[in-house]
Unconditional design. Structure first.
Length: 370
DNA sequence: CACCCGTGGCC
DNA sequence: TGGCCAAGGGT
């Protein structure tokens, strides 16, 4: 029932026409994308890959997603395979990508879809699935199923803020933006149109120094006409970001294993692994955090680990003790051998803390030029 | 609607 | 170097 090839009597908006022409020659090649040429030749997108990529791309840059997408599709090539997987294995594979509720919703969504037998194909039905909000439901409907849905993400907001010279932050004009986009969605190639808007925002209409000379919309763009493209989108005032402090405890057994435990199922880093640690408070008077140690031992302070979360910064005092006996492992915890650390569901802040205590753990990836 | 929820790259 | 930013969703 996919209607990628279903024509319509409605005309395509001139701006959509120009954008699709630009997309035909300028589309990015992405592992989860069916190229416009392939699509025209009859290739059909895999809804599973479209959905998985859209979830991973939420608030996450393309380059960060690529290795995770490759890993996931290798481990779980289909939605049925993913639905049958152990949730813990999925959390482990997600470790490092951030926003871990996405991974929990991914598991829940996979089970629902596997039960249904297939993804629903309409925006309204997709919207009911866990982890699919307005953006993702529209994007899957458009890209995977050829539905004329209005896809509005951060890229589209920025593009439209400049097109319309919006005098307010895009978040304050969501309805106006969605309506403006909906009026442009073409009756054919709505999925390409959505991806073209996002490619335009990502490669031409960029947050800083937009490359207006290469933009298919440089003539109609109101901000560009005024030479004020750098003034948009209007920024919302930023909220203050407090700093919290806490303590983390790296217990090293005589064979080199370290003590880990699992975080609570809700809230920050829900369901992820951690080294034992104190509460993270706004202020710490003295070193009372040391009382949060998992057991009594000679804890040496070995340094601090800094980490920035979305809405607060964290400074963790890191303590280490060595030569621990196995009998001292508290219930709910487990000993993890060095060879297993990379595979644990450890978020980045915990990897930093462990690296602080054990410098050979989690070596930074070599990425610089030789 | 305001707030919560990660991470790494960039200038 | 630190603030800003990137294909949002849930509550």
């Amino acid at each position: 029932m996919q209607n990628h090839l279903v024509a319509s009597a409605e005309p395509t908006h001139p701006l959509a026409e120009a954008l699709l022409d630009w997309y035909d020659t300028s589309a990015r090649t992405l592992p989860w994308r069916v190229s416009p040429a392939a699509l025209k030749s009859g290739a059909v997108p895999d809804p599973y890959r479209v959905w998985l990529s859209e979830i991973m791309l939420q608030q996450t840059m393309v380059e960060a997603v690529k290795p995770f997408f490759a890993r996931f599709t290798s481990l779980w090539p289909t939605i049925e395979a993913l639905a049958a997987a152990e949730a813990d294995d999925i959390m482990k594979a997600w470790a490092g990508l951030g926003y871990y509720s996405r991974a929990r919703n991914l598991v829940a969504c996979a089970k629902v879809v596997a039960e249904l037998g297939a993804f629903p194909q309409t925006e309204a039905e997709l919207r009911k699935l866990p982890g699919l909000g307005a953006y993702t439901a529209a994007s899957v409907a458009a890209i995977a199923f050829g539905q004329p849905a209005a896809v509005v993400d951060g890229n589209v907001e920025r593009v439209m803020a400049r097109m319309l010279a919006l005098p307010v932050p895009p978040a304050k004009a969501k309805n106006a933006i969605r309506e403006a986009v909906a009026a442009m969605v073409p009756p054919v190639r709505p999925g390409d149109f959505a991806q073209a808007m996002m490619d335009l925002g990502a490669t031409v209409c960029t947050p800083r120094r937009p490359a207006c000379m290469f933009c298919p919309w440089r003539e109609p763009c109101l901000a560009r006409q005024r030479g004020e493209q750098d003034l948009y989108p209007v920024k919302a005032p930023k909220a203050e970001k407090p700093t919290r402090v806490g303590a983390a405890f790296v217990a090293v057994r005589r064979d080199g294993a370290i003590l880990l435990r699992k975080r609570a199922g809700t809230g920050l880093l829900a369901g992820m692994a951690e080294v034992p640690n104190s509460d993270w408070n706004a202020r710490q008077d003295g070193d009372t955090t040391e009382r949060a140690a998992p057991f009594h031992a000679r804890w040496r302070e070995v340094g601090t680990a800094e980490h920035g979360f979305t809405h607060f910064g964290l400074t963790l005092k890191v303590y280490r003790t060595d030569g621990v006996e196995t009998a001292k492992a508290p219930p709910g915890s487990w000993w993890s051998q060095a060879a297993e650390w990379e595979g644990e569901a450890l978020p980045t802040v915990m990897r930093k803390a462990i690296r602080c205590a054990i410098p050979t753990a989690f070596p930074p990836k070599a990425k610089g030029k030789p």
